[in-house]
Design a binder for this molecule. Structure first.
Ligand code: ZN
Length: 275
């Protein structure tokens, strides 16, 4: 506690004197007599800086909390919760380029959202497609604060949306479609796996069409090769997806299996390679 020996002004309960802040220089320190002790006298600019720091910390806490809630709603499978770009091990030069493109996609997401830029990740099982897509989901939420949703099938998508709201609530299908059509980033994994009903296929096309019309970015993942995927979904859907998007074919040896031979055909645009 600072003692006031020779205050400049001395009223009954307040005193002021010139002091020096190591950061802000000279200032008029004001003290108050409380319970027989002089308190206060702090540099007003230090106090203001302190308040600003607290406000910043509070905003950061709120952002972090929001991101946590959004991540919970993102539907990322447990296996991929900690998936990020650093933990993706590119086994070939082609894989490294794809990872870098995915990272850039996430980093520049606001402009991707503006342009409605899609990604198609296709190719053999175990090459890290889901890993990279989940890394994008995380980054889009944490870095930019946009909601992103990962789904492994149409029924999974519907389940995710129901869980987002009250699980007991009776969301109508059109409300669920509104959500899937409107969420800033939607990842559809395992597209082309022939387990869905005809109804699920129709819902999938409805989601595509809505997102296409509203220019919302979609990341589509399939274990099918690019040409099989085109056959399965139809050229119209693929054309629409790639009208504002890029296709990456994950055509190297399995990412999970080994760090095996560099056998990739180095092309980072399946559309170019397919034509
Ligand atoms: Zn100061």
């Amino acid at each position: 506690m600072k003692r006031i020996d020779q205050p400049l002004k001395h009223q009954e309960r307040h005193a002021a004197c010139e002091e020096h802040c190591p950061t802000h220089g000279p200032y008029t320190a004001v003290y108050a007599l409380v319970g027989g002790r002089w308190v206060g006298g702090h540099c007003p600019r230090c106090l203001e800086a302190d308040k600003e720091r607290q406000r910043r910390e509070e905003r950061a806490r709120q952002r972090e909390h929001r991101a946590l809630v959004m991540l919970k709603r993102a539907g990322v499978p447990r296996r991929y919760r900690s998936a990020d770009f650093e933990s993706f091990e590119p086994v070939t030069e082609h894989a490294r380029r794809i990872r870098d493109c995915c990272r850039r996609y996430a980093e520049t997401f606001p402009s991707r959202l503006e342009a409605g830029t899609n990604l198609v990740l296709s190719g053999a099982v175990g090459n890290g497609k889901t890993h990279l897509a989940c890394a994008i989901v995380r980054d889009v939420i944490q870095r930019h604060g946009y909601q992103a949703l990962y789904t492994s099938s149409v029924s999974d998508a519907v389940r995710q949306v129901r869980r987002t709201y009250d699980p007991d609530s009776d969301k109508s299908e059109s409300e669920i479609l509104d959500y899937l059509g409107g969420v800033p980033l939607l990842v559809l994994d395992e597209v082309g796996v022939q387990t869905g009903s005809e109804h699920e296929r129709m819902v999938l096309f409805e989601i595509f069409n809505r997102r296409y019309a509203d220019m919302r970015p979609t990341i589509l993942i399939s274990n099918l090769g690019y040409q099989d995927l085109t056959r399965t979904l139809g050229e119209r859907v693929i054309d629409r997806l790639l009208e504002d998007g890029t296709a990456f074919e994950f055509n190297w040896d399995s990412y999970r299996r080994s760090h095996a031979t560099e056998s990739c055909a180095a092309t980072n645009n399946a559309r170019a390679s397919a034509s």
